[in-house]
Design a protein around this ligand. Structure first.
Ligand code: NAP
Length: 252
């Protein structure tokens, strides 16, 4: 799967799945525009991608602000001449509490970071892809909120991730005829800082929830994002693609 000469925005690139995607997409020949809030960690991701031969630039910022989504697209235009794809992947879990105990501020922050950011990203990215006449956008959702089982204390996160799937279907339908594909990627438990990296008991608990009896590596999830961004998925749009080790089809 190749992204030779394609310019791709990756958010959440300072860590976990986004950092793994930067390495993989860079090796596949992409020009990378990398985003997240922590500039030093972003620069480490970019440097590793450059060492692997990629063109990579960074812009630190907050995905819950429209101006940041717009600035990432501007950077893709000025540095690389346009935008071909985006892996809108930044996200947070927030406080894990039952709704009566959850603060309104937490609800607002999770929805802004995970869902409103997707509206902002699409609003900024689609016009640039229309200029190109093609494009592919991938949003990182989750099995949480979409699979049959509910997870305790994850109301805000589940709502935000399910909301992404609805948004993707509408975006895909609106822009398919113009050559723009839009898909959601739904990872299962993945070994990253968010996924409990470093906490052996939590990792064992989460691994056991999966029929495969393990969690994904960040690189495995990045491979699915690469597929959705590459020409190999040219007839795929509007999907909620599970890469979850079977957790969504688990019976108990
Ligand atoms: P991670 O290692 O914690 O990475 C999260 C990334 O999002 C970081 O780069 C973080 O960077 C960025 N981010 C968070 N809030 C941001 C904001 N307001 N503005 C800009 N960037 C922001 O977690 P991960 O597991 O790789 O998560 C990536 C995506 O996968 C998330 O959307 C998550 O919900 C989803 N996911 C993860 C799992 C799992 O088990 N790990 C499972 C299903 C889905 P900064 O802190 O530098 O801003």
């Amino acid at each position: 799967m190749d992204l030779q000469g394609k310019t791709i925005i990756i958010t959440g690139a300072s860590s976990g799945i986004g950092a793994a995607a930067a390495q993989l997409f860079g090796k596949a020949g992409a020009n990378l525009v990398l985003g997240a809030r922590r500039a030093a960690e972003l620069e480490s991701t970019a440097q590793a991608a450059r060492n692997a031969g990629a063109n990579a630039i960074i812009l630190a910022g907050d995905v819950s602000e429209y101006g940041y989504a717009d600035a990432l697209v501007d950077l893709a235009r000025t540095e690389f001449g346009g935008l071909d794809g985006a892996f809108n992947n930044a996200g947070i879990v927030g406080d894990m509490l039952a709704v009566p105990d959850m603060s309104i501020a937490n609800w607002d922050q999770v929805i802004a970071t995970n869902l409103t950011s997707a509206f902002f990203a699409a609003k900024a990215q689609i016009p640039a892809m229309l200029e190109r006449g093609s494009g592919s956008i991938v949003f990182t959702s989750s099995f949480v909120g979409v699979s049959n089982g509910g997870l305790a204390g994850m109301g805000a996160y589940a709502a935000s991730k399910a909301g992404l799937v609805g948004l993707v279907k509408s975006l895909a339908s609106d822009h398919a005829a113009a050559g723009i594909r839009v898909n959601a990627l739904l990872p299962g438990g993945t070994v990253t800082p968010m996924g409990g990296e470093g906490d052996a008991d939590l990792l064992a608990f989460v691994a056991d929830l999966h029929p495969m009896k393990r969690m994904a590596s960040a690189a495995e999830i990045a491979e699915v994002a690469l597929f959705l961004l590459s020409g190999q998925s040219s007839f795929v749009t509007g999907t909620a693609m599970l890469a979850d080790g079977g957790i969504s089809v688990r019976l108990v």
